[in-house]
Ligand binder design. Structure first.
Ligand code: FCB
Length: 443
């Protein structure tokens, strides 16, 4: 018998999250395929290629792995360019493949959570200006209607758009994602169109399926002033927090997009979320810096002694998960942790990272906050966008040359959590003894 356990509520969803372009392989008809073919876009010129070969059928063996290790839910995404390869052509065979995946999950008692847009856009759409074009929200809604109509017998949890904030920032501010721009006016235009697209999608989903639960997955970056005693660190932190973490989600409740340099009314967006999707990975300190005008005079960095992931991409700061939960809770809607995880090919950090972050989730649940599920990023190593294959987020590792899956010890760790529906002192002792005292202090 375990000595102590942080128990989660009955019916809690335990799953992993994936996204079409990152796992399917052979996606050749979207803007990322094109981006990968351009020199200098992806680290070491890497490509998604066959990825995890889900389109070739390996989704099933990975879903079986998830089921056999206690997971009762899975979040994955639909690739728009497969469903609608050309503006006036729909591919029902592709749609049927997704239907098969949903049916498999349903029959295996795993709740599917389906994302309709996860960073990639069909090439034909991009040729018409993509999300810079104000006709795109209506086109998106048309695609959403098609997908939801076919999958609704098996799916009632939908994320319309994954991380609109990252999509905009990376595509139109930092330029690391296509279209690789640095253009604030365009970024605002894209934000407005994404919000309109979400709102139109929300309406369509509820028309087709009245019991559907719809949300957006927001990448919440915890931000704190670098020096609590230095008042000038606060304004840039607040401004970044408003733009990155709050503006879009606030607009989905109030219908008002409130950016420091621009206000836009989007009344049709008011009240268009049934749950808050929280993607949390890490926290930054923000320090006032005159030089950093591009980041609105706030330099962001990790604490000096931070517990870093192998490439330095993520600092293990569970307190930031608490900030994220608090942020989500304030919208007074149910919350789903739609992503959380860490790149760690050595699998030495992942167990303590996961356990410590889940401990924060448990704390929030004990305040009766309505937290419905947790989706670990990710089930198996997959293509990490501009960072290619250099970062490994999977519970299972992937050998990209042989397609072999490598069972990391985190698989067993997560299986124990899913099956016990909680974090027991026994399992912490086994998988992350270094944090045992912190979680279960002797006195
Ligand atoms: C998130 C993305 C997801 C994955 C993780 C590591 O921002 O939604 O696709 O790349 O980061």
């Amino acid at each position: 018998m375990p000595d102590a356990i942080f128990q989660f509520p009955r019916g809690f969803m335990w799953g992993t999250a994936t996204a079409a372009h990152q796992v399917e392989g052979n996606n050749i008809n979207n803007n990322w395929a094109k981006w990968e073919s351009e020199p200098g876009r992806i680290i070491k010129g890497q490509k998604s290629g066959l990825a995890c070969d889900w389109w070739g059928g390996r989704w099933k063996e990975d879903f079986e792995r998830a089921r056999n290790t206690g997971q009762n839910a899975h979040r994955f995404s639909i690739e728009w360019s497969r469903i609608q390869p050309e503006p006036d052509r729909w591919d029902d065979e592709a749609l049927n493949k997704y239907l098969e995946m949903c049916r498999w999950l349903y029959r295996n008692n795993m709740t599917p959570l389906v994302t309709l847009h996860h960073f990639t856009d069909p090439l034909w759409l991009v040729e018409r200006g993509g999300w810079e074009n104000e006709e795109t929200p209506a086109l998106f809604a048309r695609y959403v209607r098609r997908v939801v109509t076919s999958l609704k017998d098996y799916v009632n949890l939908w994320v319309t758009i994954n991380e609109p904030n990252v999509y905009i920032f990376s595509g139109w501010v930092s330029g690391e994602f296509p279209p690789g721009k640095n253009d604030l006016a365009c970024a605002v235009k894209v934000a407005v169109n994404l919000i309109r697209g979400h709102a139109a999608g929300y309406k369509v989903i509820h028309e087709v399926q009245s019991e559907a639960q719809v949300g957006v997955a927001t990448n919440y970056r915890s931000l704190v002033p670098a020096r609590s005693w230095f008042l000038l660190d606060r304004p840039p932190m607040k401004i970044q927090d408003q733009i990155f973490n709050r503006a879009i989600n606030d607009c989905l409740s109030s219908g008002k997009l409130n950016l420091p340099f621009k206000k836009v009314n989007i009344p049709e967006a008011a009240g268009t979320q049934d749950f808050i999707g929280l993607n949390y990975y890490t926290r930054d300190l923000v320090q006032f810096s005159l030089k950093d005008y591009a980041s609105l005079f706030g330099r962001r960095f990790f604490p000096k002694d931070a517990d870093l992931s192998p490439t330095g991409f993520i600092a293990n700061i569970p307190a930031g998960m608490w900030d994220g939960l608090k942020w989500a809770h304030e919208y007074k809607l149910p919350v789903i942790i739609t992503e959380n995880g860490v790149e760690d090919h050595l699998d030495t950090l992942r167990p303590r990272y996961t356990i410590e972050h889940l401990h924060q989730v448990w704390r929030a649940i004990n305040f009766n906050w309505r937290i419905k599920g947790y989706f670990h990023w990710s089930l198996v190593d997959n293509f990490e966008w501009e960072r290619g294959w250099t970062q490994r987020f999977g519970l299972w590792g992937l050998d990209t040359t042989t397609q072999e899956r490598i069972r990391r010890s985190s698989v067993d760790m997560y299986e124990t959590i899913c099956k016990e529906n909680g974090i027991s002192s026994d399992m912490v002792k086994r998988y992350a003894p270094e944090i045992f005292e912190k979680l279960f202090p002797a006195d």
